[in-house]
Ligand binder design. Structure first.
Ligand SMILES: [Cu+2]
Length: 118
């Protein structure tokens, strides 16, 4: 009586398990390659961006950390984008995928550069 109804049920159960395993092993990440973003940090200290030149390869979230006791901001040279004013201890981040030149409008001698190596 091995070839009875219970064996058929068993076989379909096995197929369901195989299907679930296959789905589990092949999760769909359609845009994984393009959405992977590196993270890097630029410190603002002593009226300087450190490092003043940050090299990126691919989309990178750059976190600016104001470690000074005075207010700073991060503004593209042509003002295409700008951070809010960052108080002491504040952080602000932006995703870069190309080179950029930026400065602090409150201290125009403070300059920083993002250089894309792609
Ligand atoms: Cu400043």
């Amino acid at each position: 009586m091995w070839e009875g109804c219970s064996s058929k049920k068993m076989r379909s159960l096995v197929w369901i398990m195989v299907a679930l395993l296959w789905l589990g092993c092949h999760p769909s990440h359609p845009n994984q390659q393009t959405t992977e973003i590196a993270v890097d940090t630029v410190y603002i200290r002593g009226l300087k961006f450190i490092p003043d030149t940050l090299f990126i390869s691919g989309p990178t979230r750059v976190v600016f950390v104001n470690q000074d006791i005075v207010v700073h901001n991060v503004t593209q040279l042509d003002s295409a984008w700008a951070s809010p004013n960052l108080l002491a201890g504040d952080t602000w981040s932006k995703i870069f995928d190309r080179s950029a030149n930026y400065f602090c409008t409150l201290h125009p001698t403070m300059k920083g550069f993002i250089r894309s190596q792609q």
